[in-house]
Design a protein around this ligand. Structure first.
Ligand code: AMP
Length: 290
């Protein structure tokens, strides 16, 4: 596995591979890899000849009171997991290399970034899209794989790639979950044993909404109430539970394509999760060997 830290070297590596006719698959991450990230690598592998994985904790997408400084990092472990999973090139730039000066020009994410995560985390998606745009220019992938776990982000990246003619395919992978339903996340490492149990409230709430919908309820307000009931648990403080369409607009009636999105704090840790009603939590991928 190659390991590169300079954007110039990364660009040159990709250019050389592409000039030999190889398709590049790209998986951008913030590191502290888990099986959710590694399944994105598997998908990239299926669709490309070379897989690049970036690990970069992007300061631009964190608010001043968020966890940029304490975000979990373990490069040695990431290196070994990426190599075992067949990543061809691991790109781990320093903040200084990505942002030698404060970027004055940023991507404006538009109305899809306003509700939900965008309402709770002002500036978050401008930071995400700006770094993703930079990474796309550096790596020049043919295909980039994102997780549905971060649904609003995946929709925004897809729209950015289409609206701004990035000329690459965005592939969106299902959420990988622990066997008990908890969506894998690097931030799960913040949870103590009680909080780990309490965190199941998120996937349970989604499952309750899905079951209520399958039983015939299509009124989004009634479904939202049902989800919020299940979300009420000790240590859990709900931020939102919303039923939206693919452009993040509230739906008038829930159908199979409706997405239910939830965000809550479990103790101090902020977690998010979602389900597409017609697919269900059960259709997501359970983590192997846990
Ligand atoms: P992160 O390192 O959290 O920024 O995530 C990097 C990529 O991995 C994003 O496209 C996420 O949506 C994706 N991802 C994170 N957790 C999961 C999961 N449990 N299942 C599938 N994809 C995930």
């Amino acid at each position: 596995m190659h390991e590169l830290t300079s954007p110039q070297d990364m660009h040159a590596w990709s250019r050389a591979e592409r000039s030999r006719g190889r398709r590049i698959g790209f998986v951008p991450t913030m590191g502290f890899l888990h099986e959710g990230h590694l399944q994105l690598v598997d998908r990239a592998r299926q669709r490309a000849d070379r897989v690049v994985l970036s690990s970069f904790v992007n300061p631009l997408q964190f608010g001043p009171r968020e966890d940029f400084a304490s975000y979990p990092r373990d490069l040695a472990r990431d290196r070994s997991l990426a190599a075992q999973r067949g990543v061809d090139c691991l790109f781990t730039p320093e903040v200084q290399a990505m942002y030698p000066t404060e970027p004055l020009v940023r991507i404006a994410p538009g109305p899809m970034a306003e509700p939900l995560e965008g309402a709770t985390r002002p500036g978050h998606f401008a930071g995400v899209l700006t770094v993703v745009a930079k990474l796309f220019h550096i790596v020049e992938p043919d295909i980039a794989v994102f997780g549905r776990k971060d649904f609003q982000q995946a929709m925004l990246v897809s729209r950015m790639a289409a609206d701004l003619d990035f000329g690459l395919e965005i592939d969106i992978a299902p959420t990988v979950r622990e066997l008990d339903g908890l969506a894998l996340s690097s931030r799960n490492s913040y949870l103590n044993a009680d909080q780990r149990r309490a965190a199941l409230a998120l996937s349970r709430a989604l499952r309750a909404v899905e079951q209520t919908w399958r039983a015939g309820e299509a009124d989004p307000a009634a479904l939202q109430r049902r989800g919020m009931e299940v979300l009420k648990a000790p240590e859990v403080s709900a931020e939102y539970l919303a039923l939206v369409d693919e452009e993040l607009r509230p739906v008038a009636r829930a159908d199979a394509r409706t997405v239910v999105l939830v965000a809550a704090r479990v103790g101090p840790t902020r977690l998010i999760d979602n389900v597409v009603l017609g697919e269900g939590v059960a259709s997501d991928v359970p983590v192997r060997g846990s």
